[in-house]
Design a protein around this ligand. Structure first.
Ligand code: LLH
Ligand code: MG
Length: 387
């Protein structure tokens, strides 16, 4: 079974997207466009390959693979994920920030995919199967200025009803963030949350992910409004660089404050937040958490303190985590918008990994590895660069 890593290849290919990304990095619906994605491919000396998509392709750019990833991986046992990840993580300091958590994440997920494909077992089972399906919440895109989109509190209310009709059991709003032409406003957010609560009734779990840049007083005002509306959690209203601001906020609110999502520091920063009392629910995900193994550590740190860890973002790596943990309730399905068809299959896949079932759940894959259903013919025919 033991085999060394023989090659690490990144293949950049063209596919189609129906979203655009604004200057602050938020996704919105857009016209069909050609876009580049990258597929990391790690092959061992038995010829077995593991794959992971990297978005954006920049996260696995050539100099990172040449200078850091390939020298560490090639010649090593492909099953030594912990050793390999620790070596990559230590290179991050010396790289002066060039080697990203997203780079580590893509490489480490490809190693998990390789192991699963080789053993003919899904990754969530390899990690330690805990459940075969997870309830999904519909996670909206950010507010916008699009006619019939998410422009007004009433738009959010109307869309929430549509999401329930599609089968979602819970909904999370992302409200207005720069660069919309009006300033994000906690009063407008509170109105959108009230409109959604009014539209869906008292029993549907609701969450808010707001702005990320409010002041303490703005965040406190909005948190109190969410409490009144019986929201389930309150996510990232302020800059997460200030853990003390989150402690200040959590101390004054009854509604659970969740975090950190984007703060740098992997499982260590999550342990710090727990010890500081800066969050009531821990947040972690495979992309901002630098891979599957380190994110499992965050999940287990939370578990040791009797805390839930809710997973940030979708995709096969996050589903693998959810299939292997007991202390998180929801899969984040999105980002969703009235003008965007999340279920549309892009040409580089045969099917999506996270279809919503009739119970509002997403089933764990029974495919070996991470379960992504790649159309390798499309990828080969549309490859524009390889390194
Ligand atoms: O800023 C955004 O567009 C969202 O916050 C996005 O990053 C989303 O991934 C998120 O935070 N989900 O919880
Ligand atoms: Mg979030």
């Amino acid at each position: 079974m033991q085999a060394q890593i023989a090659t690490v290849t990144v293949r950049v290919f063209e596919t189609l997207a129906w979203t655009m990304v604004d200057s602050d990095g938020h996704a919105h619906p857009g016209p069909e466009r050609t876009t580049a994605q990258a597929l990391v491919e790690i092959t061992d000396t038995d010829g077995c390959t593991g794959y992971c998509l990297a978005q954006p392709a920049d996260a696995v750019r050539q100099e990172l693979i040449d200078h850091y990833v390939r020298p560490i991986l090639v010649g090593r046992d492909a099953f030594d994920r912990e050793w390999l990840w620790q070596r990559l993580a230590r290179e991050q300091r010396g790289s002066m920030g060039a080697l990203l958590d997203r780079t580590l994440s893509a490489v480490e997920q490809a190693l998990w995919d390789l192991a699963g494909r080789k053993l003919d077992v899904p990754v969530w089972k390899l990690l330690g199967g805990a459940r075969s399906a997870v309830p999904a919440y519909g996670s909206t895109m950010c507010g916008d200025e699009i006619e019939g989109g998410l422009r007004t509190p009433e738009d959010y209310g109307t869309f929430a009803v549509q999401l329930l009709e599609q089968g979602y059991r819970a909904i999370k709003l992302h409200t207005w963030m720069p660069p919309v032409s009006f300033a994000p406003d906690p009063r407008m957010d509170a109105k959108a949350c009230a409109a959604v609560r009014d539209a869906v009734g008292p029993d549907v779990p609701l969450m808010l992910d707001a702005n990320h840049w409010y002041t303490r007083m703005e965040a406190l005002y909005l948190g109190k409004a969410l409490q009144e509306l019986d929201f389930t959690w309150y996510e990232e209203p302020m800059d997460e660089a200030s853990m003390q601001s989150y402690r200040w906020l959590a101390d004054q609110l009854d509604i659970p404050v969740i975090g950190p999502e984007t703060a740098f520091g992997k499982y260590a920063v999550r342990a710090e937040w727990i010890m500081a009392g800066a969050c009531d629910i821990v947040r972690a995900g495979v992309n901002t958490g630098a891979g599957i193994t380190p994110t499992m550590k965050s999940i287990h740190v939370a578990e040791a303190f009797g805390m839930e860890c809710e997973i940030h973002g979708g995709g096969s790596g996050n589903l693998a985590l959810l299939g292997a943990m007991a202390n998180g309730r929801w899969y984040e399905r999105g980002l969703l918008h009235p003008h965007f068809d999340y279920d549309r299959v892009p040409p580089h896949l045969h099917s999506i990994v996270d279809p919503l079932d009739a119970d509002g759940c997403v089933a764990m894959t029974d495919r070996p590895g991470l379960g992504d259903d790649y159309d390798f013919d499309h990828i080969a025919a549309h490859t524009v660069a390889t390194w």
